[in-house]
Design a protein around this ligand. Structure first.
Ligand code: DGY
Length: 331
């Protein structure tokens, strides 16, 4: 094994000091604490001599980047999603890929609920209206929204995050239905009080539709005009999964035409550049990909990414290895 102090690693985005300190005790660390996202050529130049990189969701790990980094042994993605990483290309080159599952489920589920409530009860436009000085008298007929309690919650994608969203519904006396590649084992379905239904049935019967699937070729534009046309006119649509799972142009169309009640969106195609139509909508609550952004959870993610990186570079199987077919190389 190399003398670890001579092992060079790159942390591509700003992170917690305590995590960086821990890495610095073991490795020669190049960090990007200026926090400007690194363009592909800058990323390749900074990573060229590294054996490990801690990447963020907006860092594309492409074959070109991998070819520019011949010493690379691990890409520790500081996210549960790995759609920014070309995993087959990493595997082919013997590069381990890790992610951060588990530590962000509850925080992400909380944010899905924040979006559901904000969209259903028109929190953002009414706040803006008040601040803009329009509140001259209390109005019985003002700002009617949609009830959350006793409604039907439909969840598409019942992984850990989908199940955490479902578990929260019992406090609001909701019926929960879900669609997934395959039905959950009975004990898991019972634990979150959710019933399996077909995809179209979910879209046409749920009052709240929440998308929580990973993004990849099979889920690209899973929700497009056809699927949106099945939603109830009173439906609230929430996406905390990934931009690209939803055809944003089709969603803008449906919201602008008032064909559903509202949407709560944390992720977008081509983020941070949004479809311009979103910005004009009063019936969409938009947040900048922050579903996992509580301090405690982001720290948990950073720590897990660092643990994965350290393990990989010290020849131990990382706790959350995404491509276990890569035989760990100890150099
Ligand atoms: C993830 O972990 O994939 C989130 O989208 C970023 O926190």
């Amino acid at each position: 094994m190399n003398d670890v102090a001579s092992v060079r690693v790159l942390v591509t985005r700003r992170t917690f000091d305590e995590v960086l300190e821990r890495l610095r005790r073991r490795f020669d660390v190049d960090d990007n604490q200026g926090d400007q996202p690194l363009a592909p050529d800058r990323l390749a130049a900074r990573a060229a001599s590294c054996e490990g990189i801690i990447t963020a969701v907006a860092d594309p790990v492409t074959p070109a980047l991998l070819d520019a980094c011949p010493k690379l042994r691990v890409v520790a993605n500081c996210a549960v999603g790995t759609n920014n990483v070309d995993i087959p290309a990493c595997t082919e080159r013997g590069v381990m890929v890790t992610n951060t599952p588990g530590v962000l489920d509850d925080t992400t589920a909380d944010h899905a609920w924040a979006l559901m409530f904000a969209a259903a009860r028109r929190v953002v436009p009414s706040d803006r209206w008040l601040r803009d000085g329009h509140w001259k008298a209390w109005g019985f007929m003002d700002w009617h929204g949609v009830d959350v309690h006793h409604a039907t919650l439909g969840i598409i994608g019942m992984g850990r995050i989908g199940r955490a969203i479902a578990r929260r519904a019992s406090g609001f006396d909701m019926r929960v239905i879900y669609h997934n590649r395959r039905p959950l084992p009975d004990d898991q379905a019972m634990a979150c009080g959710a019933a399996y239904v077909g995809f179209d049935e979910l879209l046409s019967t749920a009052d709240f539709v929440v998308v929580a699937v990973p993004y990849g070729p099979t889920t690209h534009h899973l929700i497009r005009a056809r699927e949106l046309s099945l939603l109830k006119p009173s439906a609230v649509f929430v996406n905390i999964a990934r931009g690209g799972v939803v055809d944003d142009a089709a969603l803008v169309d449906v919201l602008a035409g008032g064909r559903i009640a509202a949407a709560g969106l944390d992720v977008f195609e081509n983020e941070p550049t949004l479809h311009p139509g979103f910005l004009a909508l009063d019936n969409a609550v938009l947040t900048p990909h922050i579903a996992s952004a509580s301090r405690a959870t982001r720290l948990g993610m950073a720590e897990l990414a660092a643990r994965n990186l350290v393990a990989a570079l010290e020849g131990v199987r990382p706790p959350s290895l995404v491509n276990p077919e890569v035989v760990p190389r100890t150099a």
